[in-house]
Design a protein around this ligand. Structure first.
Ligand SMILES: Cc1cc2nc3c(=O)[nH]c(=O)nc-3n(C[C@H](O)[C@H](O)[C@H](O)COP(=O)(O)O)c2cc1C
Length: 314
């Protein structure tokens, strides 16, 4: 029997649902699992008001997270595996997960441990995962596998369906667009990762170096989105520093610059994003080898292959 720590934070319960499906097979196999649900000292709103939503941006990108309530787990406990399940906020880990990874308690729990990350978000998680890798390494943890769940809609449709969900709480199909969020069948399929991890723990694979979740379509990267995301993240870093020069989160004096940023975001989404996707599509014969290399590199370590899907299907 192994000891597993699962750290999670979800606003709608979608990520909590996915997490529960990974945890169930681990418990059924006899492993002892502690699920730590992060609780910010001051909770974040759901749905978000437009002001709160935009005002959270600079601190998300600059990793300046407000404090959490004390954890329920004893930080001296020696776990065999740590699983971090998080959402993406502004191409960065959500603020509660950032707070955990930067806190002395979180760092103590991760130090020297194999770590698996699981993300559920709209579809842009690459920059956030780079940040997760850095924070986990800074804490002395060893990232072993990564699982990514993304929204069911076409990337362009999710520019409407996700903000609608976050700002109104409504996620139903609307105006011919698909529902917001991860598809229910994908959520059900999350159990396969729990089955594979349970077996890996029985075989002490967590103590090695090889990926434990290969062949399970853990991560599928759309390389064309990756290029847009990289450009957006570079711009986000500049904008977030600029806005913070005007004031702290919640202060009125940074509202005018936040309004300028919000306008910039909308203009980007309706003009530059489709244009850059179109340009990449037109250039695809030239870009194809580079995009294929990028896809393979970004899908490491767990990959998008499917050879183990049947073995671990629940
Ligand atoms: C403030 C905020 C910013 C977000 N930014 C992104 C983003 O940059 N990329 C992305 O793929 N999803 C983004 N999302 C969507 C979330 O990752 C997630 O899918 C959604 O909040 C639902 O999470 P939950 O069901 O676990 O509460 C954002 C959501 C919020 C609330």
């Amino acid at each position: 029997m192994k000891k597993v720590l699962v750290v999670t934070y979800s606003q709608t319960g979608q990520l909590a649902d996915i997490t529960a499906r990974v945890v169930a097979p681990l418990r059924a196999a006899g492993h002892q699992v502690h699920v730590e649900t992060l609780m910010p000292e001051k909770s974040f709103p759901w749905p978000w008001s437009i002001v709160d939503f935009v005002d959270a941006f600079p601190e998300c990108v600059q990793l300046d997270a407000p404090p959490l309530q004390p954890l329920n787990v004893d930080t001296s406990e020696d776990f065999d595996l740590v699983i971090l399940t998080y959402q993406v906020w502004y191409l960065s880990p959500s603020l509660p997960m950032t707070a955990f990874l930067k806190s002395p308690e979180g760092r103590a729990l991760i130090a020297g441990k194999p770590v698996v990350t699981l993300v559920a978000c709209r579809n842009m998680w690459l920059s956030a995962q780079e940040t997760m890798k850095r924070l986990i390494a800074d804490a002395g943890g060893k990232l072993r596998d990564h699982i990514a769940f993304t929204d069911q809609g076409h990337p362009l449709a999710t520019f409407i369906t996700t903000p609608r969900w976050v700002l109104t709480g409504k996620r139903n199909a609307w105006l011919g667009l698909p529902p917001a969020g991860v598809a229910p069948t994908e959520i059900e399929g999350a159990a396969r990762f729990g089955h594979a991890l349970a077996e890996a723990l029985e075989q002490n694979q967590e103590a090695g170096d090889a990926a434990m979740l290969s062949g399970l379509r853990a991560v599928t990267v759309i390389p064309r989105l990756a290029l847009s995301e990289r450009a957006a993240f570079r711009a986000f870093r500049i904008w977030s520093r600029l806005i913070r020069a005007f004031g702290q989160r919640g202060q009125w004096r940074r509202r005018p610059i936040l309004a300028v940023f919000a306008t910039y975001l909308i203009v980007m989404v309706i003009s530059v994003v489709p244009l850059s996707l179109l340009l990449q599509w037109l250039l695809s014969p030239v870009l194809r080898p580079r995009l294929a290399r990028l896809k393979e590199e970004l899908e490491q370590p767990s990959g998008s292959q499917e050879f183990n899907l049947h073995k671990y299907a629940s």
